[in-house]
Design a protein around this ligand. Sequence first.
Ligand code: GUN
Length: 294
Amino acid sequence: MAQIIDGSLIAKEIRQEIAKQVEQYIAQGYRRPGLSVILIGNDPASEIYVRNKQKACVEVGFESTIHKLESDISQSEISRIIHQLNQDEKVDGILCQLPIPEHLSEQKIIEAIDPKKDVDGFHPINAGRLFSGMDSLLPCTAAGIIQMLKRIDYDFIGKNALVIGRSNIVGKPTAILLLNENCTVTIAHSKTENLAQLCQKADLLVTSAGKENFIRAEYTNPDQVIIDVSINRNQFGKVVGDVDFKEVSPLVKAITPVPGGVGPMTIAMLLENTLTAYLKFVKNNFKEQQESNI
Ligand code: GUN
């Protein structure tokens, strides 16, 4: 039986570490870190995700504000709100929950956010910095996958990693981060041929295909570690990943469950990014204060 990688537990440890750091800064007289979440319309899944993000913020001692906007809001009005949040010194992180209504441009919204406050890590500046090997705010799911593997002492070096999915949010950044950890990385997608064969050879399989029971026994090997990123609903309304968990879990070395695997790690990394942005703000502000006291 595989090791079940407990993302909920690892995420809880990370939240505790963040909460401790926040308290240290509060004790020194600094303000709390602040996260602003923009939610457009009434998508029920998005409302749940946003509520979970807010709950996590409260738990670690962040200020969190939700800007709930009508689904017919104009692009220019959103730009105005984001501009205000960019200027607000109490706001360290800004994110707009996706998906958004069709009349709006996701790219324009992402690009309106100050890259220093882009805690989703979706802004082209942060994507470019990641691609160039520079310090950046990382996309939360990709960062969560790497962090989870590090915390189970996974030895990345020289491993054959196969990433299924080429999205800007998950597949591409995960592949780059695995490359940075010295894995040999392949990105598979909907046009990939012989996927089962590729999967079967992988030491590390990261799947974000979004298809229930997509990964079956013939895709695996006994030394394989599987990270299941997808959140699908099966015919009974139950949340499941891409992996046929019952069939596959006895056959591999380690595997993440869905739910309770990557999901909680994504939120933990959102908190981590907000803390990183906050610490940069505090350091810069503190330096300015010192200079003005001379
Ligand atoms: N919708 C689904 N996943 C995400 C995410 O990571 N960030 C945002 N902003 N929206 C999402």
